[in-house]
Design a protein around this ligand. Sequence first.
Ligand code: NAG
Ligand code: NAG
Ligand code: NAG
Ligand code: NAG
Ligand code: NAG
Ligand code: NAG
Ligand code: NAG
Length: 223
Amino acid sequence: MALPSTLLVFIFISLIPPSFCCPVDQKQALLPFKSHIFNASNSSADSSLFGLDSWNSTNPDCCTCDRVVCDSSSRAVIALHLDSINPLLFLEPKILSPEELNLDENFFHAKIPEVIGNLTKLQHLSLQQNDFHAEIPSSLLKLNQLQVLDLSNNSLSMVIPPDIGNLSKISTLALSKNDFTGGIPPSIRNMSKLETLKLENNMLTGEIPSWLFTIKKLRNLLL
Ligand SMILES: *[C@@H]1O[C@H](CO)[C@@H](O)[C@H](O)[C@H]1NC(C)=O
Ligand SMILES: *[C@@H]1O[C@H](CO)[C@@H](O)[C@H](O)[C@H]1NC(C)=O
Ligand SMILES: *[C@@H]1O[C@H](CO)[C@@H](O)[C@H](O)[C@H]1NC(C)=O
Ligand SMILES: *[C@@H]1O[C@H](CO)[C@@H](O)[C@H](O)[C@H]1NC(C)=O
Ligand SMILES: *[C@@H]1O[C@H](CO)[C@@H](O)[C@H](O)[C@H]1NC(C)=O
Ligand SMILES: *[C@@H]1O[C@H](CO)[C@@H](O)[C@H](O)[C@H]1NC(C)=O
Ligand SMILES: *[C@@H]1O[C@H](CO)[C@@H](O)[C@H](O)[C@H]1NC(C)=O
């Protein structure tokens, strides 16, 4: 017996598991979630920086979106990997320029962005325990009001910037537990207000300079 072709098509479609894509309601829930991440800051940070441009209404299957993991049989969203969305990139220094910024223990796993250097009123910057990597951005050395700079317990590398001594108001400089290489920059000598210097647990090489012991206010030194 020959079945009408439209019926054949119908049977064929019915045999396809209905859940080839992520559930529609889950897809629709991702979009406002994304807007909230970005709109909350009202910033110009581009979502494509974080791979979230694939979270869009024309993408038929949210399981193909970056940072989204679906169950292989049910296709339900089972994981959202939103690590490394670096909040420092949402800074709007023209509108908001705090004197103190503390982002300790957030595990951002990102670079410290250059835009940090626009927060020119900062006196106290603490970014410890975040898995920040790569070098200290040179823009950070423009923060000439800084009194406390704590970047300890990250994965920062390369040399300690030679011009770090430009931060002339610093009383506490903590760079411990990173991967800094090279020597102790001579410009530190110019930090006349320095009371606490923590450099331990890095990969620094060279001699301990004798001038360190001539910095008058230095009371805590960890090498
Ligand atoms: C976020 O901003 C976009 C464009 O500016 C807008 O279309 C969207 O509705 C906003 N979302 C929320 C949740 O405010
Ligand atoms: C967000 O930014 C737009 C344009 O820069 C501005 O007109 C609006 O007032 C801002 N909204 C908030 C809540 O700051
Ligand atoms: C939407 O996501 C798809 C799939 O990742 C991508 O090819 C497309 O360029 C995106 N559209 C926009 C407007 O970003
Ligand atoms: C940061 O400062 C530089 C130089 O003054 C400027 O060109 C840039 O637009 C600023 N960035 C932000 C996000 O304000
Ligand atoms: C450094 O960070 C690790 C996690 O990355 C944490 O377990 C450890 O306690 C921290 N150490 C210090 C001295 O803060
Ligand atoms: C440090 O200060 C000197 C002298 O003012 C200046 O020439 C240099 O560009 C500064 N370095 C940085 C990284 O800002
Ligand atoms: C210390 O500061 C003085 C005056 O600002 C500058 O001339 C000198 O080069 C600095 N020394 C170091 C080692 O950076």
